[in-house]
Design a protein. Structure first.
Length: 265
């Protein structure tokens, strides 16, 4: 009665089931890996956000690469803003998904080094984004700024192309090495997203105060779901085999009954 399993239809069905089981198991493992990565990242972000503020030069220096454990750390710096060499970063959005600029202002420390400060978001003056926008001035003189330490932006990490031939004083990426060449100065690695002092009138609009957290629990649920699917495949195959066997036995019994019935006189 099980010879039907050698038919073309059942051979194909069995092969598909055998392929689905390891595929679903691997998908579950992949989702669990994503869960572990997101959980670890959320832990790093939480630790960074709750850490006490430290002077910026304790975490970065010229040519330094900001690490994942240093990202989002609150740092402080004492110096003055250099608005003469200020640039804007194109194609950045605010909390309402409006396209504008980020204002990137060099901050000259008391020892002469330069810290790049993202002072926040401003709207563009027009759709072409060719003219340098009007930017509210930062506080004058020597002040202390605070912000979240961020790594240099790269095309590989952000997906943003570093276009050439841009309008004057406009850039695509916030990159300390690039700005060091432009300014001919010792620029600290990375940059900070300013959190204090807050601008008057909320312009520029501060960015990066809360990086948020990724929903790792969703990946955990997906992993369990894929593994349940992989377990359901052999169970479903057995159910289909038993149903086919039952139908074939019923058909055989019906045929035998019809053959044993006496002929009508």
């Amino acid at each position: 009665m099980y010879r039907f399993l050698l038919s073309r239809q059942w051979v194909i069905l069995t092969l598909v089931a055998l392929l689905l089981i390891p595929t679903m198991i691997r998908l579950g493992i992949w989702q669990m890996h994503r869960y572990e990565l997101r959980t670890a990242r959320n832990q790093l972000v939480t630790e960074a956000l709750t850490a006490k503020p430290v002077p910026v030069e304790t975490l970065t220096s010229p040519g330094n690469t900001v690490t994942n454990t240093e990202r989002y750390r609150t740092v402080t710096a004492k110096g003055r803003f250099d608005t003469a060499d200020e640039v804007v970063v194109r194609r950045r959005t605010n909390s309402d998904d409006e396209v504008g600029y980020h204002v990137l202002t060099p901050f000259v420390l008391t020892d002469g080094k330069v810290l790049l400060v993202n002072r926040g978001w401003i709207a563009s003056d027009g759709p072409s984004q060719t003219a340098f926008p009007k930017i509210p001035a930062p506080p004058r003189g020597e002040i202390t700024v605070s912000g979240r330490l961020m790594p240099d932006e790269t095309t590989a990490a952000s997906g943003i192309k570093n276009l050439k031939g841009l309008p004057d004083r406009q850039v695509m990426l916030i990159n300390s090495a690039q700005e060091a060449r432009r300014l001919d100065a010792r620029v600290l690695g990375g940059y900070i997203a300013q959190t204090a002092p807050e601008p008057k009138g909320d312009v520029p609009e501060l960015v990066g105060n809360d990086p948020g957290s990724e929903d790792a629990a969703l990946n955990y649920a997906y992993a369990i779901q894929w593994w349940l699917f992989s377990a359901a495949v052999p169970v479903g195959w057995v159910v289909l085999v038993r149903r086919e066997l039952r139908d074939r036995r019923a058909a055989a019994a019906e045929k035998e009954t019809s053959q044993n019935e006496p002929a009508t006189v």
